[in-house]
Write a protein that binds this ligand. Structure first.
Ligand SMILES: [Zn+2]
Length: 357
C-alpha cells in the first residue's frame, strides 16, 4: 500500500503519482470539477474539506477564458492563458487557506488549442524556476481525433517538456461522445466511442519511459446528461486494456491510471465498476452546473416579489430590497448546491473515509 504525505495546496510531482497509485490500490477515484471562476473553485475546495479528501480542480479552455472575463480578446488564446494562470494562483491560495490538497489540471486541449497549453506551460516553467514546483499538477491533451501515432507523437513531446517540471499528462484515446465546452461529438460513429486495448498498449509503450501519464479512455461515456439508451457504457473495455498490457508487458495488475470523462448522469454501480478497473479520476461537469443553477433558480423564484426593483416589495412600497439583490446571497446558494453534489460524488467514487477522514 503506498503511503500518502499530502499537504494543503497544489499536489504535484511524486506526491501526485503516489496519490494516483493510492487511489488505484484502494479502488477509489477523485472527482474532477470544471470551474469557471472563484465561486465554483471555492465550492469545490469546500466539498473536499467536508469529504476530508483531495479533489481535482480543472479549467477547460473555455472555462479559463471565462475566468479572465469574456470581454478579453482570445484570438491567440491570450484570455485562456491569462485565465488559467490567474485561476491557478487563486486555487493555490484558497486550497492552502482551507487546508485541502488539490490536484490542479486543465481539461481537453485539441490540436488547434495547443497554443493555450504552450502559454500555460511557459508560465508553469517560469513558476518552477522560482519556486521549485509547477503551476499546474497536470494538463490534458485531447488529440483523439488524430491518427493514433500522431496523437502519441505529440503527447510524447509534451510529456518530455512536462516531466522536466514534475507534471503529469492526461491523454485521450477514443472520443468522448456528447457535447462540452462548445465541442459537439454527439453525431459521431459509435465505433469511435470505444477505445481499443491495443491503442492503450501503444500509449503505454510510448509514454511510460518518459513520465507520468493518465489515459482518458472511451467506453461509451458521454459529456452531458441524456436519456438512457443512446450509448452503452462498457467499463469492461478498461479491464480488458489493463489485462492486455499486463500480459504483453508482464507488468503488475492494472498498470494504467484511467480517467472517466462524462461522469454526470452515471449510476453509482457503473461508477464503482469503472473504478474497480483502475479509474482514478472522474470528470463531473454537467451535474455540478445543474447543482449550481438549481438553488439560484429556487432563490429567484421564491424571492421574485423582492427582485422586481430596488425599492418596493410585499411588505411596503418603499421597502428596500438590497439584501435580496446582493449577489453574495444567491451566488452562495449556488455554491452550497455544488458542495452537496460533490460530496455525493466523493461517496459514489468510494473516496469518503479513505484519506484519514
Ligand atoms: Zn471530457
Amino acid at each position: 500500500m503506498p503511503t500518502l504525505n499530502l499537504k494543503p495546496g497544489i499536489v504535484t510531482g511524486n506526491a501526485l503519482c503516489e496519490l494516483l497509485d493510492f487511489c488505484k490500490a484502494e479502488q477509489c477515484a477523485l472527482p474532477a470539477v470544471n470551474v469557471i471562476g472563484s465561486h465554483t473553485a471555492n465550492a469545490a475546495i469546500e466539498a473536499a474539506r467536508q469529504a476530508k479528501a483531495p479533489i481535482i480542480i480543472q479549467f477547460s479552455q473555455g472555462g479559463a477564458q471565462f475566468n479572465a472575463g469574456k470581454f478579453l480578446d482570445n484570438s491567440k488564446q491570450a484570455a485562456s492563458i491569462a485565465g488559467s494562470v490567474a485561476g491557478a494562483h487563486h486555487v493555490r491560495a484558497i486550497a492552502e487557506a482551507y487546508g485541502v490538497p488539490v490536484v490542479l489540471h486543465t481539461d481537453h486541449c485539441a490540436r488547434k488549442l495547443l497554443p493555450w497549453i504552450d502559454g500555460v506551460l511557459d508560465a508553469g516553467e517560469a513558476y518552477y524556476r522560482t519556486t521549485g514546483v509547477p503551476l499546474y499538477s497536470s494538463h490534458m491533451l485531447d488529440l483523439s481525433e488524430d491518427p493514433l501515432h500522431e496523437n502519441l507523437e505529440t503527447c510524447a513531446k509534451y510529456l518530455e517538456r512536462m516531466a522536466n517540471i514534475e507534471m503529469t499528462l492526461e491523454i485521450e484515446l477514443g472520443v468522448t461522445g456528447g457535447e462540452e465546452d462548445g465541442v459537439d461529438q454527439s453525431d459521431l460513429d459509435s465505433s469511435k466511442l470505444y477505445t481499443q486495448p491495443a491503442d492503450v498498449l501503444a500509449a503505454y509503450d510510448k509514454l511510460s519511459p518518459i513520465g507520468s501519464f493518465t489515459v482518458a479512455a472511451s467506453f461509451g461515456n458521454t459529456h452531458g446528461v441524456y436519456a438512457p439508451g443512446n450509448v452503452k457504457l462498457t467499463p469492461l473495455i478498461l479491464k480488458n486494456s489493463q489485462e492486455h498490457i499486463r500480459i504483453k508487458r508482464e507488468t503488475e495488475e492494472k498498470p494504467v491510471h484511467f480517467v472517466f470523462h462524462g461522469g454526470s448522469g452515471s449510476t453509482p454501480a457503473e461508477i464503482r465498476e469503472a473504478v474497480s478497473y483502475g479509474v482514478v479520476k472522474m470528470n463531473i461537469d454537467t451535474d455540478t452546473q445543474w447543482a449550481f443553477l438549481a438553488p439560484i433558480k429556487k432563490y429567484m423564484d421564491e424571492k421574485d416579489a423582492y427582485l422586481k426593483s430596488q425599492l418596493g416589495n410585499p411588505e411596503g412600497a418603499d421597502k428596500p430590497n438590497k439584501k435580496h439583490i446582493d449577489p453574495r446571497a444567491w451566488l452562495h446558494a449556488g455554491e452550497k448546491g455544488i458542495v452537496a453534489r460533490l460530496v455525493k460524488a466523493f461517496d459514489d467514487l468510494g473516496a469518503l473515509g479513505k484519506f484519514g477522514g
